[in-house]
Design a protein around this ligand. Structure first.
Ligand code: UDP
Length: 403
């Protein structure tokens, strides 16, 4: 079903909806385009999937197009992605040629005559040099830019300098060596997506039954890929400490990409270390991908843990806060932007297992405390990290650029 701003009215309130229409009024007749390199998979596609219809509903004609690329091209851009996050890279002429010529080929048949162009991430970045520049172009980078590989960064800067604005997700991703105006758009969630939409207790029970998760004990959960930076082994150690004081169950839910050998290795180690708890069903490892399951787990759990050692933004935290479930999370990356310690959740140092376990035990013993914190967490997300805020971010920027 088509998404409409009206559907969000009872979630964000009348003022936000009317603000969106007010901002859009100055932009009637303008046509904008978003361009990235995939229709599905990953946060960018999901965000554009939600954003484009809402912008159109507001009255700003919004196109969303996809850059076509070959397997070679995506191998190259994946290595760019990793190198932007500080990995090594061998930047040969061959690699540069694959990157640039794919963009050039696309430009031959993709007409861009819009009033403003938004280019997402590095894949379509060089496109700008194959069009006569008749409108503002904005580069929206969703990647952590705090420590890019210097050679790659210098190469990409050659394209970025043609842009009028750069949008990043966090303050620390702004680039001082880039003399272009930067904007900061924090990530958001869509409260009406299947991962976040309200569920009745009956629906939650149905999901737990379907996935064979018992509900006889209080549940604590971490939802994260089996990745060393998400520290599932640390979660297990904390669980052992909690379990020695209060009976409960731990679910570690992380969908597994078949091409990620590291994930499988970490999963196997967790399985081995959790052996005695797995036997009794006190620890459950889930590798299935299901939005509904994530939603139900985030709602049914007494505590959501996010014990990351490093974290980009931490959308799992946003999602859990939105469900009013108390969150105990590491003070790293984008987590402290969302979790205000003792107010919207609890912040812990990643290696302080004792304090983390004590906070979880306390929350399990005092559900009222968790409920109050959870309510404040939900309100914080309502005011700061929902898709309607992103619509306003884009409209404000467009007004600044086009008025
Ligand atoms: N996720 C999921 N199933 C899983 C594990 C994660 O759907 O088994 C989702 C999670 O709900 C969130 C995203 O993947 O929307 C992870 O985003 P986050 O920013 O927390 O971490 P990342 O994986 O991008 O480092």
């Amino acid at each position: 079903m088509m998404k409409r701003l009206h559907d969000y009215r009872y979630i964000v309130g009348d003022k936000v909806i009317s603000d969106i229409y007010r901002h859009a009024r100055k932009l009637y007749g303008k046509r904008i385009i978003h361009l990235n390199s995939t229709y599905s998979g990953g946060g960018v596609a999901e965000m554009l999937h939600n954003l484009a219809p809402l912008m159109n509903d507001a009255g700003v004609e919004t196109d969303w197009r996809i850059l076509r690329g070959t397997v070679d091209f995506f191998d190259v851009t994946k290595s760019f992605h990793n190198a932007l996050q500080s990995d090594d890279i061998e930047l040969s002429d061959h690699i540069k040629n694959i990157y640039i010529s794919t963009n050039e080929e696309y430009s031959v048949y993709a007409k861009i005559d819009h009033d403003c162009v938004f280019i997402h991430d590095p894949q379509p970045l060089p496109l700008i040099q194959f069009y006569a520049k008749r409108q503002p172009w904005v580069w929206r980078c969703h990647i952590d830019l705090s420590n890019p590989n210097p050679g790659l960064w210098d190469f990409l800067k050659g394209f970025i300098l043609r842009y009028d604005y750069v949008i990043v997700s966090r303050d620390t991703y702004k680039k001082e060596d880039l003399p272009i105006e930067h904007k900061l758009f924090a990530p958001v969630i869509d409260p009406l997506s299947s991962k976040n939409t309200d569920l009745s207790q009956e629906e939650i029970d149905g999901v737990f039954k379907k996935f064979n998760i018992p509900t006889d004990k209080p549940l604590i959960t971490q939802i994260s890929r089996f990745d060393k930076w998400k520290d599932p082994l640390g979660v297990l150690e904390i669980y052992k400490k909690v379990k020695s004081q209060i009976d409960c169950r731990l679910v570690l839910c992380g969908s597994m990409a078949s091409d990620d050998p590291e994930g499988l290795e970490i999963y196997e180690t967790v399985k081995e270390r959790a052996h005695e708890y797995l036997e009794h069903g006190d620890v459950m490892l889930i590798t299935l991908e299901s939005n509904l399951l994530v939603n139900a787990l985030q709602r049914q759990s007494k505590v959501i843990i996010q014990k990351s050692i490093r974290e980009g933004f931490g959308l799992t935290v946003t999602e859990a806060l939105w469900k009013g479930t108390p969150v105990v999370a590491s003070n790293v990356g984008g987590i402290p932007i969302q979790v205000k310690d003792g107010e919207t959740g609890f912040l812990v140092e990643p290696h302080d297992y004792d304090t983390t376990a004590d906070i979880i035990v306390d929350l399990l013993k005092k559900p009222d405390k968790g409920r109050k914190i959870g309510e404040r967490g939900r309100e914080y997300v309502r005011n700061n990290f929902l898709i309607t805020r992103l619509v306003i971010d884009y409209l404000e920027l467009l007004k600044e650029i086009l008025e």
